[in-house]
Design a protein around this ligand. Structure first.
Ligand code: CO
Length: 210
């Protein structure tokens, strides 16, 4: 209970500090929501989108789930994506994974975790696509960190496969999709991949009637 009261107190102090700096702070935020970025990140408490990018409220539209997945049957993700692309007109979508991701490590392991198995199944598919490269890495933590990178790249491709993104590319030539990975040990984000048109996709995934 003490910690719960602590975060409410921290909230009051934060709000008071914002108003002390700028009396119009909340008034301004009330009337604008025009973020340039959609962030799709891991739910891990150490990878807070605004904190690690030093951005302010209003700058980043955020969706987080275990292991920063883009699953084409996930109504939550698809709703966020639809709104970010077609209402907010974000310029960039970032899928940000992180080294030492527990979700990715669990997918690489063989422990049953109940319902989470179904969520992590997609990462097991990524492992299977890159099995030869991954099994050649002898050190387990290094192998999982490489799987973290490959998973980010695969989730960026999953975004590109959606009709939402392909339609936006055709009509607005945006957004650009980015794959990034964050280092828990040094706080640094490393860019891994970037896609800005359906040309990067295998033809089997392309839609022509958008
Ligand atoms: Co994680």
């Amino acid at each position: 209970m003490d910690n719960l009261i602590r975060i409410l107190d921290l909230n009051k102090a934060w709000a008071a500090a914002r108003v002390a700096e700028d009396p119009d702070y909340f008034n301004r935020l009330l009337h604008i929501q025009s973020p340039e970025f959609l962030w799709i990140g891991c739910s891990d408490s150490r990878v807070a989108a605004n904190v690690i990018t030093g951005t302010q409220p209003g700058e980043v539209f955020v969706h987080r789930n275990i292991a920063n997945m883009v699953v084409h049957t996930d109504l939550n993700l698809l709703s966020v994506l639809e709104y970010a692309v077609n209402v907010l007109h974000v310029k960039h979508i970032i899928v940000c994974g992180h080294y030492g991701c527990g979700g990715v490590a669990a997918a690489a392991g063989h422990q049953s975790l109940g319902i989470i198995n179904n969520w992590l199944r997609n990462i097991e598919d990524v492992f299977r696509f890159h099995q030869d490269e991954l099994m050649a890495i002898k050190q387990e933590d290094k192998r999982i960190d490489r799987l973290v990178e490959l998973n980010v790249e695969e989730q960026v491709l999953n975004l590109a496969k959606t009709s939402i993104i392909q339609r936006a590319w055709k009509h607005f030539q945006a957004p650009t999709l980015h794959g990034w990975v964050y280092g828990l040990n040094d706080g640094i984000i490393k860019p891994l991949s970037q896609i800005e048109s359906a040309d990067a996709l295998d033809p089997v995934y392309r839609y022509h009637n958008l």
